[in-house]
Design a protein around this ligand. Structure first.
Ligand code: GLN
Ligand code: ZN
Length: 764
């Protein structure tokens, strides 16, 4: 039996890699200095795992930016626009990741998108017709040798050839990227061959798509690819690795591919074990992903040990690996760094495990299968049982009032009193808006100044009273300016908020935070997700103070601004002791209370943002419906407590919405503002077939760029929208919130946007 780790976090426990990269990008440090930091982080990880006694320690799990980009570069999948940068590997790499505007170069970055259902983003490989591959750099070999040099034998980790193609995109018409397999394989095999020649024994090839919906053709490609790989590299012991879903209907295919062992994710899909055990050929090993790579809770060691026992009884100890369910990339480094009890209470902390603690869990699980169990493992098991018992029964987690409220939810709680057609007139009577009403998405620029007030207030260098006064000043300026600019529905600006989820998490019960719980989101960007540990409720109003203050300054309507239940759920670490749907309903009730309080405080328009609703979509299509049902219903629970005359808005951005458009309709928000301009209103295609029933504001300009759009451009986009959506249903707004922009371009852009609405009204 062996312990097996699929990948380790790489940003450094104190975000050293982030800092080193950013300082290199700013030209403050040299490439060798950056490389030294990186080598230090790799060595630290390897040593930690070796000292813990892990058998299969990953290498090549490190990346300066992203592991998919690493493979693109290694295999020479380098788009032509970067050719002039090829002389320097590191500059080339970062140019592909981030774009490059300097020394006469002006090349844009490659596209980035979410890695399966995680909040990690990978760089999308770009393929062209007749794509050539060539071994540009053997990164896995370099890192294997580096570890070996330090006396550590590792298992290189490489993304598999089929998943690599599937993750990419065709950048021109007239071919299918899967056709490239035949030119890719020789180079991919050359890459592996060099590892084999270096003496590598174990190697991990990740093929996450094996656990997703794949068609017959892809299945054939898997056979073709792995037949060729295994016959070309007979000395390599391949662990074919899947995660984030169960093999299910692909089990037969996966267990029969010619590899040494198969890895399955038993946290996400424990049900697959029986099938796999039954079908696994006698000569094959099985890696049991029993320690959660996606969440921060301790394992149930006894439960995991029972899974291991069952597998041992079925196929024998020799063939078993005990593993993390996926790479530990998605969890923070080390719980021991959480020292402030006022941030993370000791009671909750004992229920948790970050990467380093998960490494310990794996070694304990292995020891628990020994003939005579070492004292150390017995002790660890005892502590773990106690922690889990305490968690199950803790009064910190369980709030019966919340549970009863959730079970008492009736279908009518998720429905507005009257249909939109009747609500519309009532809302119009109290709002009196013109045709093509203008609004923004919520936030106004979070200047360095505003952020410094918050930082100083946190350290109590700025008193609460002074902080409050400064924020009020800022809000007042924003309201006055919006009035002058002629916007119709105003916002207070969200100056008091750090982040749209954290701000609410800090005020809701059932949430906690960490000091150092950073995970990589993309490149050097790291996030510290809130942790939902218990039943969620709202002790006191959260936004009424700022919304009523802003409303008191103007006679125009000011939108109340909330984050929706699905987005709060999606961007947090969640409980693993109840279904996500239940946690989401609890959050929905808390938001509903806030919505009703805003209405009571005379706020007539309330926006509930749900930018993350699409990314919560399950990886397998068969599971979409049940997710969409509870996600939509949670939104409805949060919004439907108000009178018909109160106008509910929602907002979504940066996702592919076309395939869930009908469910967006079922959310029944009176108005949806939605990001659209980057794709020149591609979204509108969906509205040709589907008649969106309520009002909609397709974003008319991209907020990611400081560029100020012209009135004509925005009029053009509105004209385009008008062709598929009747003018009476259209709103005029930017793509998303403006917090990352400066004031100058924000003002210029919005003045022109208001002008574009006026042009449209004149034409009507
Ligand atoms: N109301 C938020 C803002 O304006 C919405 C942000 C988002 O969609 N991500 O910043
Ligand atoms: Zn947005």
């Amino acid at each position: 039996m062996k312990t097996n780790i699929l990948g380790y976090p790489r940003i450094g426990s104190k975000r050293e890699l982030k800092k080193a990269c950013e300082s290199f990008w700013a030209g403050k440090t040299t490439a060798p200095e950056l490389e030294q930091v990186a080598a230090g982080l790799r060595l630290e990880n390897w040593k930690l795992q070796k000292e813990a006694g892990i058998d299969l320690i990953p290498s090549n799990d490190f990346s300066y930016y992203d592991q998919v980009l690493d493979l693109s570069l290694s295999l020479g999948v380098i788009p032509a626009r970067y050719k002039s940068l090829q002389s320097d590997r590191l500059s080339l790499y970062f140019a592909m990741a981030r774009g490059f505007q300097q020394d006469g170069h002006d090349v844009i970055a490659m596209e980035m998108t979410k890695w399966f259902d995680t909040n990690y983003h990978y760089i999308v490989p770009e393929f062209i017709k007749g794509q050539q591959f060539s071994l540009f750099y053997n990164k896995a070999l370099a890192e294997y040798k580096e570890a070996k040099h330090a006396g550590i034998e590792t298992k290189p980790v490489i993304l598999g050839p089929v998943s690599f193609l599937l993750l990419g995109k065709e950048k021109e018409d007239g071919f299918n990227r899967l056709d490239l397999i035949e030119s890719l394989l020789p180079v991919y095999i050359q890459y592996l061959k060099e590892l084999e020649q270096e003496g590598v024994t174990w190697i991990q090839i990740d093929e996450p798509f094996l656990a997703l919906d794949i068609d017959e053709r892809t299945k054939e490609l898997y056979k073709l690819a792995f037949d060729l790989i295994s016959s070309s590299c007979p000395q390599l012991k391949i662990i074919l690795t899947t995660y984030f879903e169960g093999l299910k209907e692909n089990t037969h295919l996966a267990v029969n591919l010619p590899v040494e062992a198969l890895h399955i994710d038993l946290v996400r899909c424990p049900e697959q074990l029986d099938d796999v055990l039954e079908q696994l050929p006698l000569d094959k090993g099985l890696s049991l992903g029993v320690v959660d790579g996606r969440n921060i809770w301790c394992s149930d060691l006894e439960g995991a040990a029972n899974i291991v026992k069952k597998a041992v009884e079925s196929i024998g100890k020799e063939r078993i690996f005990i593993a993390g369910s996926s790479s530990f990339l998605h969890v923070p480094y080390d719980l021991d760094l959480e020292t402030k009890t006022e941030v993370l209470s000791p009671e909750i902390k004992q229920w948790m495990a970050f990467a380093k603690q998960k490494v310990q869990e794996l070694t304990v699980l292995k020891e628990l299968t020994n003939e005579t169990i070492p004292e150390r493992a017995k002790q660890a098991l005892f502590i773990n049982k106690q922690a889990n018992y305490n968690k199950q029964n803790s009064s910190l987690i369980h709030n019966n009032e919340v549970k009863e409220r959730v079970s008492a939810i009736r279908p009518e709680d998720a429905r507005r009193g009257k249909p939109f057609s009747e609500r519309k007139g009532l809302q119009q009577a109290q709002l009196g808006l013109p045709l093509y009403p203008t609004t923004t998405i919520g936030s106004f620029p979070q200047t360095t100044e505003v952020r410094s007030w918050r930082a100083r207030n946190k350290k109590q260098e700025l008193s609460d009273a002074e902080y409050d006064r400064l924020l009020k000043e800022e809000t007042k300026k924003a309201i006055k300016w919006q009035e002058e600019a002629g916007l119709d529905v105003l916002v207070h600006g969200e100056f008091e908020r750090n982040d749209m989820v954290e701000y609410f998490g800090e005020q809701l019960s059932g949430f906690t935070f960490s000091q150092n719980g950073w995970v990589q989101s993309y490149g050097s960007r790291c996030v510290k997700p809130p942790i939902i540990y218990g039943d969620v409720s709202r002790p006191t109003p959260m936004t009424v103070y700022w919304s009523t203050y802003a409303q008191s300054l103007t006679t125009k309507p000011v939108k109340g601004m909330l984050t929706g239940p699905v987005t709060i759920l999606q961007w947090s670490f969640v409980r693993n002791d109840q279904p996500r749907s239940v946690t989401c309903q609890q959050i929905a009730l808390a938001i509903r209370d806030e919505v009703c309080d805003l209405e009571k405080a005379d706020i007539k328009v309330i926006q509930i943002d749900e930018p993350a609703i699409r990314e919560g979509l399950p990886l397998k299509k068969a599971d979409w419906k049940s997710y969409l049902d509870w996600a939509v219903s949670s939104f409805c629970i949060s919004s439907a407590g108000v009178k018909n005359a109160t106008q509910i808005h929602t907002h979504m951005c940066y996702s592919e919405f076309n395939d869930i458009i009908e469910h967006i309709g079922l959310m029944d928000a009176d108005v949806i503002t939605i990001e659209c301009s980057r794709s020149q209103m591609e979204l509108l295609d969906a509205f040709v077939k589907y008649k969106y029933p309520n009002e909609i504001g397709p974003g008319v300009y991209d907020i990611h760029s400081p560029r100020v759009p012209s009135v004509d451009e925005m009029v053009f986009l509105l004209e385009k929208a008008k062709k598929v959506i009747p003018a009476e249903q259209l709103w005029v707004n930017p793509d998303c919130g403006l917090k990352t922009r400066g004031w100058t371009e924000t003002k210029d852009s919005l003045i022109r946007m208001v002008e574009a609405a006026r042009v449209m009204r004149k034409k009507a």
